[in-house]
Write a protein that binds this ligand. Structure first.
Ligand SMILES: Nc1ncnc2c1ncn2[C@@H]1O[C@H](COP(=O)(O)OP(=O)(O)OP(=O)(O)O)[C@@H](O)[C@H]1O
Ligand SMILES: O=c1[nH]c(=O)c2[nH+]cn([C@@H]3O[C@H](COP(=O)(O)O)[C@@H](O)[C@H]3O)c2[nH]1
Ligand SMILES: NC(=O)CC[C@H](N)C(=O)O
Ligand SMILES: [Mg+2]
Length: 529
């Protein structure tokens, strides 16, 4: 578990991780409020947690149900220690159960945007100063039916009769929603109310200098060894490469893998933008055949992801000879692989403490077991917007740091069904049109990213040129987000959607329908696979 460096004079706010998608996000929001915070696994006993002398405790969400057999458990003694506690989602439910409240599955599930209504005139300290109705982000199937004795119900929602509660005297609080995600409009205020009013803490902690700290750590790890960096043209690998280059200079060679799953113009762009900006050494590996062969006949998303993850590593290994040909010292080997892995890649791959595997990101859950390289991942504890600011500190140009993300497995996970050359060709054309129109409308910065997805195994009837067609749908998935942990669908102008739809159906053979994905995350993820 990656935590930043603590300072001895600051007692931590401990985030107890029940397998949440958002545990790291909670800790980060607390640090943004200038209070030091660390994550600990739920497997610690109450005694071990209290031994860390926490200033306050936050119990995270998690995939289990508190009433299920073997579900992570919190003992009532934690709430008797006099330490202020905030329970979030699963943590809120676990707290309710431990203290004698009632938790049940009512069939009323809530995912995404939900209105929470304050029910208490003086709404306890955590809802202090907030509007009577606030828009919050939910992700739950169970709910607290009855608050424990001594607790006041602060808010309700359509699916949660007890959506927030407080026992001010004991400084115990809980919310069903996720105040840590940016889509909860007043989320940060709820957390700060807890920290400053509920727990009575002072905002007196600041982050150190990430760049200097990381450069130092990389030098220590790599020493005089040789490293390669998987470079995709995306933000994360560009920032990771620039950091590592600052640390070890010429010992680093960047490798861009053309796996055949790229969008139009991508390979050229990497050479043009990245090398120009950093002067890094770049090796381009044409591995299209390797990936296409490995993916033949595969339709299951997780299988695709694992294959792509494995073949990426095989491609890096295959590049070694070419890279070492110009190495100064003979017999040298590449020992380190630098990747632009971020925290969301780790947690979605099930890498959090008991976190569910949502999808195996190629660079984490998709890595093969026989991996020979030692990984260097300086951004592993960070979120995208933090990485963008590190990139800017390193002097990378805005074209790189503000670029929309594009997943490593590329179009391979945007073709729902088997990946074939023909389908890739079709999707590449549709994607190029959608991107060009988005750019022309000046909306590149407003939209976090816009996957264009081909439903290769779905066909529908159309009429084009007075004739019948039986073609495939293309899905547009424009989303707004800050860190990809939660997202909402972008309300793009109808004229723009009409233009994209019109051009795709006219210009791309085999497509007779364009549809818009209007699902938030949760319940959907950003990519379809
Ligand atoms: N075509 C590629 N060639 C080499 N390495 C790659 C390629 N695609 C992805 N990677 C590696 O996998 C990592 C994860 O990919 P990911 O898409 O999350 O990050 P990114 O491409 O650097 O940034 P962004 O999220 O902005 O697209 C990258 O940081 C990079 O190390
Ligand atoms: O490099 C990557 N390798 C992957 O395997 C991968 N899967 C998803 N993504 C990107 O991660 C963000 C969150 O996506 P999801 O909501 O689909 O999980 C979005 O920005 C996705 O594009 C990936 N990036
Ligand atoms: N996000 C969560 O913590 C969910 C808690 C629990 N699994 C539920 O569905 O209600
Ligand atoms: Mg990428």
């Amino acid at each position: 578990m990656t935590n930043p460096v603590p300072t001895p004079e600051h007692k931590p706010v401990l985030v107890v991780d029940y397998g949440a998608q958002y545990a790291q996000l909670i800790a980060r929001r607390v640090r943004e409020a200038n209070v030091y915070s660390e994550i600990v696994p739920h497997t610690l006993t109450t005694e071990q947690i209290l031994a860390k002398d926490p200033a306050a405790i936050i119990l995270s969400g998690g995939p289990a149900s508190v009433y299920a057999e073997g579900a992570p458990f919190v003992g009532p003694e934690l709430f008797e220690a006099g330490v202020p506690v905030l329970g979030i989602c699963y943590g809120f439910q676990a707290m309710a159960k431990a203290l004698g409240g009632k938790v049940a599955q009512t069939g009323l599930r809530e995912y995404g945007a939900t209105d929470a209504t304050a029910v208490l005139e003086k709404s306890g300290s955590i809802l202090k100063g907030l509007p009577g109705v606030q828009n919050v982000w939910m992700s739950h199937g169970d709910s607290v039916q009855e608050a424990p004795e001594g607790f006041e119900v602060l808010a309700t929602t359509g699916g949660a009769p007890v959506a927030a509660f407080a026992n001010d005297a004991k400084r115990l609080y809980g919310v069903q929603w996720h105040p840590e995600v940016k889509h909860s409009v007043y989320g940060q205020r709820v957390l700060e109310n807890f920290l400053f009013d509920g727990a009575g803490l002072e905002p007196d902690w600041t982050t150190g200098n990430i760049v200097e700290e990381q450069v130092e750590r990389i030098r220590e790890q790599v020493g005089t060894g040789r490293a390669i960096c998987g470079l995709s043209g995306g933000v994360d690998s560009a920032v990771a490469a620039a950091l590592v280059q600052r640390a070890i200079g010429d010992q680093l060679t960047c490798v861009f893998v053309n796996h055949g799953l790229l969008r139009e113009g991508e390979a050229e762009q990497v050479e043009r933008d990245f090398v120009a900006a950093t002067g890094a050494k770049l090796h381009i590996a044409d591995e299209r055949e390797r990936f296409m062969n490995a993916l033949a006949g595969v339709t299951d998303p997780e299988t695709k992801r694992k294959i792509i993850g494995r073949e990426f590593i095989r491609a890096f290994e295959a590049s070694e000879a070419a890279i070492m040909a110009d190495a100064a010292a003979e017999g040298d080997k590449v020992k380190f692989l630098v990747q632009g892995t971020l925290y969301p890649d780790v947690v979605e791959s099930g890498g959090g403490e008991g976190a569910a595997n949502i999808k195996s990101h190629h660079n984490v859950g998709g890595l093969p077991e026989d991996l020979q390289f030692e990984l260097v991942e300086p951004l592993r504890a960070l979120f995208k917007d933090e990485v963008r600011s590190v990139g800017a500190q390193l002097g990378l140009p805005a074209e790189i740091v503000q670029r929309q993300p594009f997943p490593g497995p590329g179009l391979g996970i945007r073709i729902i069904g088997e990946v074939t050359e023909e389908r890739l060709e079709l999707l590449r054309k549709a994607d190029a049109i959608a991107r060009a129109e988005l750019t022309a409308a000046g909306l590149d910065r407003e939209v976090w990213q816009m996957p264009v997805v081909l439903l290769a195994d779905v066909r529908s009837v159309g009429v084009q040129g007075d004739g019948r067609t039986y073609g495939h749908p293309i899905v547009l998935r424009p989303v707004s987000s800050e860190d990809a942990m939660t997202a909402d669908w972008s309300r793009l102008p109808y004229e723009l959607l009409a233009r994209i739809s019109n051009r795709i159906t006219n210009e791309v053979d085999g497509v007779n329908r364009v549809v818009l994905d209007v699902t938030s995350k949760p319940p959907g993820t950003i990519e379809w696979e």
